[in-house]
Design a binder for this molecule. Structure first.
Ligand SMILES: [Zn+2]
Length: 629
């Protein structure tokens, strides 16, 4: 047998997500998800025509991506919270869609005149992601046959109607569902279909080898489109399962590095408003790109199992995501900026392809894609906190308070994660199988956590290596507590124009600017808001880049009812700085960052930095003051 044939038809995953509904948020994370359920996510289908009256469910409004987008986030929200009201909404949608499959197997509307074309498969890619999650939670017997019928239909259509437009750029989102289906039925034609899609789809892995967009782009193209790039991060990982070529595994890192190098922002996000926009922290990042980057990392993790991907996932989830949503999660921005000093409607703007209202908080600033797509961010983070390993083990991928109910072999296992992480350094994990069982437990030790320790069942604590999955292989009998300690030291990174950003553990810190929220449209609770600064923002920091903790004081509190609210900030960082009068507003954004170091004759002031996610107006990349003689 040659090498090729000895390989499995589909390479095994290193990590497999637990069945949806196995992981329940607790503590601050539950508060956050309840805010979401009580906010736009839990009500969008009641009043927003493109979901409420979607052609997907027999209505007259949009019948393209918006309904599926909403569902793709609300399915994990409903089952993660075990919320009957939301589950009923999901059931209504699934019953309609599964009950109205076209004669020829197509799912949903054959044509959305406004955005799509006849037999545009892109919106079904999204619907299938929602459906596979729904199946994981319910085992609804209609799902797999419906998916097969649709994919058979698509298979015959591809010869006469090859992939184009969004369906071509995002083909790997369908690959994900094909792999999911193959793992459940092992029908060979699905693998052939996967190869057909790969041939017709855009090849992101090779595109990033000689990447053309090395600075702010001014032309809207599919290849420079931020959401496409964020989605592309998972493409080589998914295709690796078919190709089994090391170059595909390596391409994930290459795509991320390339985006960091030319468009990276302090939070681990890249600029895209909505095309890639360079490293200037006054440029924005589209909300859809944020949640798609999160999801790409969650998917890439299943194939690569790399700690660094989970580190990045936490960084996006704990910083970029909450900051681009209002505290009550009724309003969102289309574009959020690392240095965001005013959110207002203005024709004079810094964005190339986004409109004058792209950074206000509202129901659908600029365009309604994010209104529909924002819902997946938090719930999918919850459903990927823990995963299974191929040898029947369990792995902690990311940390936040939750409990897990799953099975190892035939033994029910309950896990409690008690922590205020990322607002504290200690995570307590209690493993409690229903009866004694031997299985491996993998605990992620973040790459930044130098000097991390682990104490097992009251034993002496031992140091564990940062940037690894620490393996505990033993017989687990009675409830066993593991105490993890991740020292969060203050770190600096050098950013745009030699500026500095401050981070501590997974959190990035920003200057808290006074916010005045002015309602400028619509009605509560889904109103549109401008946010105007009430305090100065043009500060340079007095900071020792090598030893930033000298001269900075941390103040730990506890997360409040709104974990990422401005009023009850869970952790503060006190620093000193001076204003830089020549640094002013330009094009309705913080003007070009003065090159560091800067001189300032202004008085030295005490400044308060807060987690990025708590600040809807903020400076994140600061000029630094020249050392005083
Ligand atoms: Zn969007």
């Amino acid at each position: 047998m040659d090498e090729q044939k000895k390989r499995a038809a589909l390479a095994a995953k290193k990590l497999t997500p637990l069945a949806l509904g196995s992981i329940h948020p607790t503590g601050w994370l539950r508060k956050q998800l309840l805010i979401q359920a009580n906010g736009l996510s839990g009500h969008l289908d009641e009043f927003w025509p493109d979901v409420a009256d979607s052609s997907w469910i027999g209505g007259k409004a949009e019948g393209w991506e918006r309904g599926p987008y909403w569902l793709d986030g609300v399915v994990p929200l409903a089952f993660g919270l075990d919320d009957e009201r939301l589950k009923a909404k999901v059931q209504h949608w699934m019953d309609y869609v599964l009950g109205h499959q076209q004669e020829d197997g197509w799912l949903g509307p054959v044509l959305d005149k406004q955005y799509g074309y006849e037999y545009d498969p892109w919106p079904i890619y999204v619907m299938l992601k929602a459906m596979t999650q729904f199946y994981e939670a319910t085992k609804d017997a209609r799902v797999i046959p419906a998916m097969k019928r649709f994919l058979r239909r698509l298979d015959t259509l591809l010869a006469e109607r090859p992939l184009k437009s969004w369906a071509k750029m995002r083909w790997h989102d369908l690959l994900l569902s094909i792999q999911w289906l193959y793992e459940r039925c092992e029908e060979e034609w699905l693998l052939a279909l996967a190869h057909k899609l790969h041939e017709q789809g855009f090849n992101w892995s090779s595109y990033f080898i000689d990447y053309p967009y090395k600075e702010k782009s001014t032309v809207g193209e599919f290849e420079s489109h931020g959401v496409n790039c964020a989605m592309a991060v998972k493409e080589p990982a998914l295709w690796y399962r078919h190709s089994q070529l090391g170059q595909d595994l390596a391409a994930v890192e290459r795509i991320m590095q390339t985006l960091d190098t030319y468009h990276g922002q302090a939070t681990g996000m890249f600029s895209c408003d909505e095309i890639v926009a360079g490293k200037n922290p006054s440029q924005g990042s589209e909300l859809c790109a944020v949640v798609e980057y999160q999801f790409s990392l969650e998917v890439a993790l299943t194939v690569l199992g790399d700690v660094s991907l989970a580190d990045r996932l936490e960084r996006l989830t704990f910083n970029t995501l909450p900051a681009i949503l209002s505290e009550d999660m009724w309003a969102h921005q289309y574009d959020g900026q690392a240095n965001q000093v005013i959110c207002s409607i203005n024709e004079d703007r810094i964005y190339t392809t986004n409109g004058p209202d792209a950074n206000i908080f509202g129901l659908e600033p600029h365009f309604g894609c994010c209104t529909a797509n924002m819902h997946q961010g938090w719930p999918k983070f919850v459903s990927h906190l823990w995963m299974k390993t191929p040898d029947e083990g369990l792995a902690a991928i990311a940390y936040a308070p939750c409990h897990v109910d799953t099975q190892v072999g035939d033994v029910p296992v309950h896990i409690e994660v008690e922590t205020e992480y990322p607002f504290e350094e200690t995570v307590r994990v209690t493993v409690a199988p229903a009866r004694p069982a031997r299985f491996p437990l993998l605990l992620r030790i973040p790459g930044w956590a130098k000097g991390a320790t682990l104490a097992l069942a009251g034993e002496e604590k031992q140091e564990v290596a940062a940037g690894t999955f620490h393996l505990l292989e033993r017989e687990w009998s009675a409830a066993t507590e593991i105490v993890l300690h991740f020292p969060m030291t203050l770190q600096t990174s050098t950013r745009y124009h030699g500026s500095v950003a401050l981070e501590r553990g997974p959190l990035v810190y920003s200057l808290q600017i006074g916010e005045e929220w002015r309602q400028v449209g619509r009605e509560l609770p889904a109103a549109d808001w401008e946010v105007h600064p009430t305090t100065p923002w043009n500060y340079a920091l007095q900071i020792d880049r090598e030893e930033p903790e000298r001269g900075c004081v941390m103040e730990a509190r506890r997360p409040g009812e709104r974990p990422f609210g401005a009023a009850e900030v869970p952790v503060l960082l006190h620093v000193k700085g001076r204003r830089v009068p020549e640094w002013k507003l330009e094009h309705n954004a913080a003007g070009p960052l003065p090159y560091s170091p800067v001189h300032s004759a202004q008085p030295l002031e005490d400044l308060t930095l807060v987690p990025y996610g708590c600040a809807r107006l903020r400076i994140t990349e600061f000029p630094t003051l020249a050392a005083e003689k």
